[in-house]
Structure formats: C-alpha cells, structure tokens
Design a protein around this ligand. Structure first.
Ligand SMILES: [Cu+2]
Length: 176
C-alpha cells in the first residue's frame, strides 16, 4: 500500500514538472549554451586588481560567434566590461538595425535603441559599475536564428556600415 502511494506521489511530481519545465529543458542536451560577451586581454599582462575597467584592454567579440540550443533552452551571456547584449527576432541581420536611433548620456558612448523586432535588451551598463561585469541568462522558445548585438554603438558599428560586435543564436525545434 505504502509503495503504491509513493509511486502515485512520484507520478504527480513528474506530471507537475512536465507542466512547468519545457521538454527541451528536461531532456538535457543542448538546453543551454554559454557566450563570452567581451573579454579581458592578457597579452601584454593586464592587472584588473589596480585598474578594474580599462576599456582599452577589452576585446569586443562574442565567443563563440554562433551557438545552438533547442527551443525552450537558454543562453548564458557572460559579460565582461562595458557592453549591452541586445537580441532581435529570428531572421534579423546586422544591416537591418537602425543605428541612428540611440540613447545618449554625457561621458558614455551612445547605446543603440532600435526597438523594431527587439526581443531582449540587457540592463543599462551606465547605471553602476556592477551593471557591467555580469551574467544575463536568456530563454528562447521558438526555432529560428536570432541576432545578438552589443548595443554600444562604437562596438557594433565602429565605422559606418561595418559591423563587429555581434553573433547569432540558432534555436532548433524540440525533439519529438
Ligand atoms: Cu560591447
């Protein structure tokens, strides 16, 4: 009797989890990916102990350039330095971004503010030093190839029409 009740409780727990967690997440493979979003350099040596945010020693790249996850999974953006991860809906290309739309603040580079097809924008890196080095984990529910840019204007488009700091998240369908 006791084992029957236990198995019934187990069944209820499993069903409850299935209702809450997308199947891709429960599955385990390709449910998440990590993207290094801006990197500190080591050659020549760089000592952040004494100079925590020397922007001339920061590399402006997404590593890897493209990651693949299943629908329902997440991408963890590990952000080092002054950057602003911003994600556009599937199919958007770098040239589609209107880089003339910006938010400005004295003493900071312009931040691109094109909201067309934008599905995610990270925390404002100008708000506090702690808003710079951080992790932002973002979920993707529909298959497609999503554009991820750094909205710091001189990082994304250092010269007009040349795009540098961006990458893609490829989201595949759930396994049947
Ligand atoms: Cu950046």
């Amino acid at each position: 009797m006791a084992s029957r009740i236990e198995s019934l409780i187990g069944l209820v727990v499993v069903l409850s989890i299935a209702l809450v967690v997308p199947s891709a997440v429960a599955d385990g493979s390709k449910v998440q990916a990590t993207v290094s979003f801006g990197q500190w350099q080591t050659d020549p040596p760089f000592d952040r102990f004494t100079n925590p945010n020397d922007r001339t020693r920061n590399q402006h790249a997404l590593i890897p350039f493209e990651v693949e996850i299943k629908a329902g999974g997440a991408v963890n953006f590990i952000i080092s330095g002054f950057h602003e991860p911003t994600i556009y809906d599937a199919g958007t290309q770098p040239g589609d971004i209107n880089t003339s739309q910006v938010v400005t603040a004295l003493g900071f580079p312009d931040l691109i503010n094109d909201s067309t097809n934008r599905i995610f924008r990270g925390v404002d890196p100008r708000t506090a030093p702690t808003a710079q080095d951080r992790v932002e984990s973002v979920t993707f529910h529909k298959p497609g190839t999503y554009l991820v840019i750094c909205a710091v204007h001189p990082h994304f488009e250092p010269t007009p029409g040349t795009f540098v700091m961006f990458g893609f998240v490829k989201v595949t369908g759930k396994d049947k």
